[in-house]
Design a protein around this ligand. Structure first.
Ligand SMILES: O=C(NCCCCCn1ccnc1)c1cc(-c2ccc(F)cc2)cc(O)c1O
Ligand SMILES: [Mg+2]
Length: 214
């Protein structure tokens, strides 16, 4: 039977990228998605904004919702200070299987903990599962209708502290209107929009950066 898009992306990485070199894995995926087959990685343009926020926050505890093939997990983990880990959550087992291989190929497997499951189930267990108190940084890139319920859950579970940073992908395309309305109007958040484009296209999209005020 025909291979899947994530499997074809993995094959390109194994064929073209340098093993153990995260930047070459990132560049290989971007080249493949721009010239061979589009895929829903955050991409190079929004990825540069993601990089700058990660460097600014320099998080001790970081969570990604929506691993897909592991592209943004590699982008984030390559910038984390030694001894810190990214927890990344993927619901789809086929995506998770490819992501594990791409993460291992990049050599960052010791900095990334990939968990399979539903965010609504995992978030309430994070403190006990990972021995963390609060999250310094959260990258939202999973189902767009889960962004709002999941940050409300993060609040309820006391996983956010004054200064925690949320960075959300696709707030324009596909769009997360209820999430945007909430973080832009809630007195508990200070929000800022970073205008960009949908990965590998000229379509408008952007990232919303929100600071939890406690
Ligand atoms: O749906 C997206 N991501 C979620 C994938 C499933 C997450 C599963 N999961 C993981 C954890 N909990 C649940 C997504 C879509 C697009 C897009 C844009 C335009 C278009 F025409 C088609 C697609 C662009 C993105 O950048 C995206 O991120
Ligand atoms: Mg996305």
């Amino acid at each position: 039977t025909r291979s899947t898009r994530p499997q074809r992306l993995l094959k390109a990485v194994q064929k073209k990228a340098i093993k153990g070199d995260p930047q070459s894995v990132i560049s290989t995926i971007d080249y493949f998605c721009r010239h061979s087959e589009w895929a829903m990685n955050v991409g190079d343009e929004k990825g540069a904004i993601l990089d700058s926020v990660v460097c600014e926050v320099s998080p001790s505890t970081a969570l990604e919702l929506g691993t897909y093939c592991g592209y943004s997990a590699v982008r984030i983990a390559r910038l984390l200070p030694p001894g810190t880990k990214l927890i990344t959550l993927e619901f789809n087992p086929d995506y998770a299987a490819v992501a594990r291989q791409i993460i291992e190929y990049s050599g960052l497997q010791d900095k990334i903990c990939l968990v399979e499951g539903a965010s609504g189930d995992l978030i309430p267990k994070m403190q006990e599962l990972f021995g963390i108190k609060t999250l310094d940084f959260v990258f939202l890139d999973h189902w767009k209708d889960r962004y709002l319920p999941d940050i409300k859950l993060l609040e309820e579970c006391q996983l956010l502290r004054k200064g925690s940073i949320l960075l959300a992908d696709n707030v324009i395309c596909p769009g997360t209107p209820d999430y945007l309305e909430y973080v832009r109007n809630s007195p508990r958040y200070e929000s800022k929009y970073f205008k960009s484009h949908l990965e590998y296209t000229k379509v408008e999209d952007g990232l919303e950066k929100s600071v939890f005020l406690g």
